[in-house]
Design a protein around this ligand. Structure first.
Ligand SMILES: *[C@@H]1O[C@H](CO)[C@@H](O)[C@H](O)[C@H]1NC(C)=O
Ligand SMILES: *[C@@H]1O[C@H](CO)[C@@H](O)[C@H](O)[C@H]1NC(C)=O
Ligand SMILES: *[C@@H]1O[C@H](CO)[C@@H](O)[C@H](O)[C@H]1NC(C)=O
Ligand SMILES: *[C@@H]1O[C@H](CO)[C@@H](O)[C@H](O)[C@H]1NC(C)=O
Ligand SMILES: *[C@@H]1O[C@H](CO)[C@@H](O)[C@H](O)[C@H]1NC(C)=O
Ligand SMILES: *[C@@H]1O[C@H](CO)[C@@H](O)[C@H](O)[C@H]1NC(C)=O
Length: 337
C-alpha cells in the first residue's frame, strides 16, 4: 500500500471530487501534524456498509417531522443550506430515506463507497476533520467518519439498532503539536488511550471499525460491549473488528475549525460547506411507528444527530465523565490476532 506518499501527492495535485473538498488550500493550511498523526481506519473484512459521501445522504433523503414532509424546504437542499431546517422543526427533523430502512433489496447508497487500494473513498467525502484550539498549546482534532447505514449487532439471533446515518469519531489531543491521547467512539460512549498505547502505522494510530456498527476500537478482535440502558437477560453484544480494508479518512475530507467559546464552525478553506454542521436534526429515518421493542430495544432505531452533538467543547479526552485514559490497550477486547 502506498498510503504514505499519497498525502504528499494530494497536497501537490489536489483532487476535485464532485462533493469533495481536499483542495490544495485545505491541505496546506491545516497544521501538518493533524494529517501526520491522523488515524487510519481498518474496516472489517466482511463490512457491507462502507463510509459514505455526506452530501449523498441529503440527496437520498427528504426532511420529515413525524413522517410528514415539511413545507418551505429550500430546493435543492444541500450541505450549504441544511441548517435552514432548524427554523422548520429544529431537532425533530429527520432526513428520511426515499427507500425506507426495510427496503429489500437495499439501495446501493446504504452500502457507501468501498475505499480503493490506497484507502481513498473514490469521489465521495466521508469525513470531516474539525480542529478545536483550546488555547495554551492544546489542540483537539476530531476525525469524523460518516456511514450511510448502521447494521446493528445480533443478540440471541435478534438484531438490534439498525439505523440510517452513522457518525463516528476519533479525537486526538495534541500538546504543542505532539499527540498525547486518543478517543475512540463506540456506540453511546467509547474509550480513551494514551497516544503511546495504541497500535500505529508510522505515526498514524489505527482505529478498528466494528463490522456493521462502525464503533471504533484500538484493537482487532471481538469486543463485548454493553449498550447503556439495555437490560438483556444475557448481557452481551459483540462487535467484530479485523484488518479487512484500510480507509484513509484524510484523503477526501472537509476541514474545519471550531471555537468552543462561540460554538462557531469555519471552513479552513473557502470552499468546504459549513451550514450542515449547524443542522440540529437527524441524519436518517426516525424509528418506524409501531416498531416492536424487546427489553426497550428495537431492530430499527432513529438516525443520529451530527458532529456538533459529540462533545466538541469537551474538557477531558472523553466527552463525559468518568474519563480513564488507558496507558495500555489489552483491555479493549479479546484480540484474535
Ligand atoms: C459482518 O456483517 C455482514 C453484513 O452485515 C455479515 O454478513 C457478516 O456475517 C458479518 N461478519 C461478522 C464476523 O460479524
Ligand atoms: C405523529 O403522527 C401520528 C399519525 O399522524 C399522530 O397520531 C401523532 O400524534 C403524531 N405525533 C406527534 C408527536 O406529533
Ligand atoms: C433546537 O435544537 C437544539 C439542539 O437540540 C437545541 O439546543 C435548541 O434549544 C433548539 N432550539 C429551539 C428554538 O427549540
Ligand atoms: C462517483 O463515482 C461513482 C463510481 O465511479 C459514480 O457511479 C458516481 O456517479 C460518481 N458520483 C458523482 C457525483 O460523480
Ligand atoms: C499553559 O501551559 C504551561 C506549559 O505546558 C503550563 O505550565 C501552564 O500551567 C498552562 N496554563 C494554563 C492556564 O493552563
Ligand atoms: C475562550 O475563552 C477563554 C476565556 O476567555 C480564553 O482564554 C480562550 O483563549 C478562548 N479560546 C479561544 C479559542 O478563543
Amino acid at each position: 500500500m502506498r498510503r504514505h506518499i499519497l498525502l504528499t501527492a494530494v497536497a501537490l495535485t489536489g483532487i476535485n471530487p464532485v462533493y469533495g473538498a481536499t483542495s490544495d488550500n485545505a491541505i496546506r493550511s491545516v497544521p501538518q501534524y493533524i494529517l501526520d498523526y491522523a488515524p487510519l481506519v481498518w474496516l472489517h473484512s466482511q463490512e457491507t456498509y462502507m463510509p459514505s459521501d455526506i452530501q449523498q445522504q441529503v440527496i437520498n433523503t427528504v426532511p420529515k417531522i413525524n413522517w410528514t414532509s415539511i413545507e418551505g424546504v429550500q430546493s435543492p437542499l444541500d450541505l450549504n443550506n441544511l441548517d435552514t431546517l432548524n427554523g422548520l422543526g429544529n431537532a425533530s427533523v429527520y432526513l428520511t430515506s426515499h427507500d425506507g430502512i426495510e427496503a429489500n433489496p437495499q439501495p446501493a447508497w446504504f452500502r457507501g463507497i468501498t475505499p480503493d487500494q490506497d484507502g481513498r473513498l473514490g469521489n465521495g467525502t466521508g469525513s470531516a476533520i474539525i480542529i478545536a484550539d483550546r488555547g495554551n498549546g492544546t489542540v483537539d482534532a476530531f476525525y469524523f467518519y460518516f456511514y450511510a447505514f448502521n447494521k446493528g449487532d445480533k443478540v440471541l439471533k435478534m438484531e438490534f439498532g439498525d439505523h440510517i446515518g452513522d457518525w463516528e469519531h476519533n479525537m486526538i489531543r495534541f500538546k504543542n503539536g505532539n499527540p498525547t491521547a486518543i478517543w475512540y467512539s463506540q456506540h453511546a460512549s467509547g474509550q480513551a488511550f494514551t497516544y503511546h498505547a495504541v497500535e500505529k502505522e508510522g505515526k498514524r494510530p489505527y482505529a478498528f471499525s466494528g463490522n456493521g456498527t462502525h464503533a471504533n476500537y484500538a484493537t482487532s478482535g471481538q469486543h463485548d460491549h454493553a449498550i447503556p440502558g439495555i437490560n438483556l437477560p444475557v448481557g452481551f453484544v459483540m462487535d467484530y473488528t479485523d484488518r479487512g480494508r484500510v480507509w484513509d479518512p484524510t484523503l477526501n475530507a472537509y476541514f474545519y475549525t471550531y471555537d468552543s467559546n462561540t460554538t462557531k464552525f469555519e471552513a479552513v478553506n473557502s470552499k468546504d460547506p459549513v451550514a450542515w454542521l449547524n443542522f440540529n436534526g437527524k441524519w436518517g429515518d426516525d424509528q418506524p411507528p409501531g416498531e416492536p421493542e424487546i427489553f426497550g430495544e428495537a431492530k430499527n432505531v432513529a438516525g443520529p444527530n451530527g458532529p456538533k452533538f459529540k462533545g466538541l467543547g469537551r474538557k477531558l479526552v472523553c466527552p463525559s465523565k468518568p474519563c480513564i485514559v488507558l496507558p495500555f490497550r489489552i483491555w479493549s477486547g479479546n484480540s484474535t490476532e
